[in-house]
Design a binder for this molecule. Sequence first.
Ligand code: NAD
Length: 414
Amino acid sequence: MKISIIGAGYVGLVSAICFAKMDNEVTLIDIDKDKIHTIGKGISPIHEEGLDELLGQVPLKVSTDYLDTMSSEVIFICVGTPSDDRGIILEPIKKALERLAGILKTRQDYCVVVVKSTVAPGTTDETVIPILEKSGKKAGKDFGVCMSPEFLSEGKAINDFMYPMRVIIGEYDKRSGAVVNRLFQNFNAPTMRTSLKTAEMIKLASNAFLATKISFINEVGNICKRLGVDTHEVAKGMGFDDRIGPKFLNAGLGFGGSCLPKDLRMIITKAKALGYLPDILEGVLKVNDGQAMQLLNLLKKHIRPKDAVIGLLGLAFKPDTDDVRDSRAIGIVESLLQEGATIRAYDPLAAKNFSLLFPQIEYVSREEVLDSDAILIVTEWEEFRHLDYTGKIVIDGRGIIKAREARIYEGIYW
Ligand SMILES: NC(=O)c1ccc[n+]([C@@H]2O[C@H](COP(=O)([O-])OP(=O)(O)OC[C@H]3O[C@@H](n4cnc5c(N)ncnc54)[C@H](O)[C@@H]3O)[C@@H](O)[C@H]2O)c1
């Protein structure tokens, strides 16, 4: 099929490459000229396993011009939907839709616009369709609309996209859904066709549940730490029960990234706007927000940060990515800087992105981090499981067993 993808970020770029690999004719569009230029040269602007190789193999048209969506049968919207305390910021998606409406105006043929960006329930009906209809064309008659949320996980995005656990297709009408269903028919995954609003809610509820599991085990961790019990052992024992399962029960510094905190805030804001106070979800955020302070309090039991050199192992929000959005390292660095510490940091992939946020700290090798007065383990990169921690002071936010050999070792929940 002929497909256009608007927004060449983690979701858009991965979707474009994977659809192209499945023999679709794909055009990837972004307003960021540098990004499009880089991708056009066959270089991925983000780190994802397998992405660079595929980028060199599959035919992919890249562009900054919305006119290039003209002959696409399906147009995916994958632009960012960041949020702040007041909720989701819809400006990027609105601007993309305005430009798409300009194209729809001149199109004579039927195409389906699919929202893949994460949006609050009701957004496709209340915001997306009215903007597209400014073209003078009617949804359901001249063009179709679907909402198909993306569930990929950074670090294994290609695999998640190619082998999804499920495909959710929220459809304005049967005709729109049938087109998108055809595109996904070769994916070996359960496919659910539903309403636009239900699809939007499935995405938010799924991420809210994952976040809840993490904050739940961290809350259990707060109790275990006081009991002198290892939370990982407790989680392992719980995980044998297949009603609970072992995944997302890894106690530690909590969740970050561009999705879980934002999607949780989005569902909370929506609930409150509807007159409902979501106590559990508010608690999930509250527990998560307290994690950085837990780690720093443990550090202060052993060393005064003022005038000390504190080494950070890990800056990415999780291993195998260069993404630092909402990384736990951000709050830790802010607090340490306020306390007057000197900070040295190492991350195998994310140092460059982090240095855009904090140019004032030192970015060094992992050996130089190990040479600090005390070391904080912030991201569970595999390579941190093999370092020599003997003689060091280590405060571990991620459960790196090898670090227990340190002279002074404290785990956040064990
Ligand atoms: N990153 C993830 O793991 C993930 C997973 C599932 C869902 N999502 C959701 O998918 C959406 C995209 O996330 P992302 O992480 O890929 O975002 P991103 O910030 O990495 O990329 C967004 C891209 O959209 C581009 N853009 C902004 N306005 C545009 C416009 N008017 N026209 C064309 N391009 C425009 C930006 O330049 C950027 O390249 C978000 O709603 C996010 O919540 C993300």
